[in-house]
Write a protein that binds this ligand. Sequence first.
Ligand code: RAT
Ligand code: ZN
Length: 413
Amino acid sequence: MKKADIRRIVEKNITDVKIIDIHTHLFPASFGELALWGPDELITYHYLIAEAIRATHINPSKFFGMGKAEQADFIFKELFINRSPISESCRGVLTTFSTLGINLDSMNLDDFRKFFSKITIKEYIDKVFDITGIEKVVMTNDPFDKTEVAYWVNDIEIDKRFISALRLDILLNDYQTARYELIKMGFEVGRSLNGIAKREIIRFLKENIKKTNAVYMAVSLPPDFKMPGKTIRNTLLEECVFEVAVELDIPVAFMIGVKRNVNPDLQLAGGSVGKSNIESIEYICQKYPKIKFMTTMLSRENQHELCVTARKFNNLYLFGCWWFLNNPVLIEEITRMRMELLGTSFLPQHSDARVFDQLIYKWKHSKKIISKVLIDKYEDLYDTGWPLDEETMKNDIVNLFGRSFYNFLKLKL
Ligand code: RAT
Ligand code: ZN
């Protein structure tokens, strides 16, 4: 192999690779209104809502008082027409449209909407999977979300490309609400978190994992999350969630560092970031070697110590550049650092897509950066005199885009 071949090999294999997107908020078409797609959903993504309210100083309640199409028109006019759409979220919308073959010259949202009026959601989902090379997406399944729960009935048809993950935010971050809901569902959880309540919560978790066929349990946590320590959350984690994780051999995903509702007026867009405590991760990985912990952290400041911790514990699997980290400058920095400290034993990216269309840009943008980093790394290897081999490089890429997740879960593709 010549040095000049490296770029071609990496780019070809990254173009062809099948992706497993391990954290999204997508639902199959059979979940009705929960399956979001199309330009109005894309443009009213909460990342863009935050940018539009900031740029225009519009009163948030006035903004949220508008209908979906009106909100999309407002954001499009303010962020795309009155200003250059250079932020990552704005650029994402344009990458999505142009990849779909929509001509952007008219700069007219109504023209772009016409493309979507001629296609059904089922056709569109197939098209997006096809364009992106995505094989599977992992959903975020909230057992306390009434709209979603109503769809999980026996004969619900689940498109095989969608995998479930049981989300535990309400249970672990708002136990009083969860307890109230659990009682309504018929679980015996009294005022105190005693032996009976713990057994009932374990039963609840196991029933939901079975019902949805979940491949991992997940929770997003605030920056002040600390383990060990006497909190309801820690008791629930150590005495219920971890019990189930061991018994069913199912991983637990920790997404740490989100401050919810820093500005409640912004609704979903009102969440922020804070630096978290790495000792908690050291504690759980050390104390529970049999549990597989998937982890991503939201602050840039946590990334280096997280990589170092992953070197110490092979039950810790790092994934993705989450939310505010999903910007080119940070994806590149974090991916380089992870490769330099962990080789290929991590998963560089997940999309966090809420709207199908987002899969197109999130993966297109990330692939370009991961490709650039890999080319650099292989060129550095080449310079040592090491004989690079195309099959091994292909295998690295397949692992980085999802197979390592399947291996970690011991699942078959
Ligand atoms: O990225 C997002 O859309 C956030 O709002 C969150 O959903 C976050 O990804 C999460 O899963 O909590
Ligand atoms: Zn998410």
